[in-house]
Design a protein around this ligand. Sequence first.
Ligand code: NAP
Length: 309
Amino acid sequence: MLDLAIIGGGPAGLTAGLYATRGGLNNVTMFEMGMPGGQITGSSEIENYPGQGPIMTGMELMDSWPEQCKRFGLEHVMSKVLQVVKNEDIFTLTLEDGSKVEAKSVLLATGSVPRSAGIPGEDKFFGRGISTCATCDGFFYKNKEVALIGGGDSALEEAVYLAKLCSKVYLVHRRDSYRAAPSTIEHMKACKNIEEVTNVDSQEILGDNMGVTGLIVKSKVTGEIRQLDVPGVFVFVGRDVLSDSLKQDDGSYLCDVNEATEVIVDLKMRTNVPGLYAAGDVRIDAAKQVVCAAADGATAAVDIIEYLG
Ligand code: NAP
């Protein structure tokens, strides 16, 4: 019987693990199907983590976190958690191999996954020229032209990263103003090889047997159709939260969630189900920053220690 089961090994889950173990809980296990570190490890440029030195990659930022948690006794099980249910005061987690684990408390820190832009051709060519990770796939387009869709922080940061590798980056956005932070917009505008293609609808991703060959966009202002001949299209149009493990057999969720299935929590990261917490991007109103996810994890762990008495 675990004192605490942490689902997800990003900044929220790892920080909760650190605070829970260091705070005296003995049986704390983090379930993370991949390498701990979370979605931020796919980011190529971080410059807003407090106290950090020069700009670093997400991988560099997260490198030492798992080891620090391990020192205080956090266990790591490499498995996906399919479902969490609660009977009386005990939670039961079903893992992907069908095995069950019981826990007195659960923290959901599963974050989110990249959203699809819904453009014809996007699913067909995913992994064959369509990517949602510039640090993973940018290298394949060294000295080539690529298109990148989106207008938020992720899109502009990754456009800047790709501009260093690729001969040209078409930054394709459906409006003419960006959601990204002013300093990120400034960095993007300073890149001579980024061409902004704004106020357009992305109509189709073209390809052949080898993969992507282009992207067709239509101007919302003039109606002009333009074909960008690129072998790679990067999509950064936001993310969807991963709260499926809270789904019960009847289709309802174990605790309250909103329309986007983000978990509703209070300021202590408590859901409406005693002993069940959520932290980081999977919760409502998340600022979607590493520092905020880490703070959520700490907040939740402090309250979980109190809950377990
Ligand atoms: P985001 O801020 O939600 O931006 C998504 C962008 O994609 C928006 O520009 C949106 O256009 C566009 N978009 C959405 N659906 C689309 C579609 N179907 N077709 C074409 N374009 C579409 O997402 P994000 O950039 O992934 O960022 C998520 C959160 O993480 C934000 O809160 C962000 O600030 C944060 N973040 C922070 C940092 C950092 O601080 N270093 C880095 C990355 C992310 P519209 O603008 O027209 O809606």
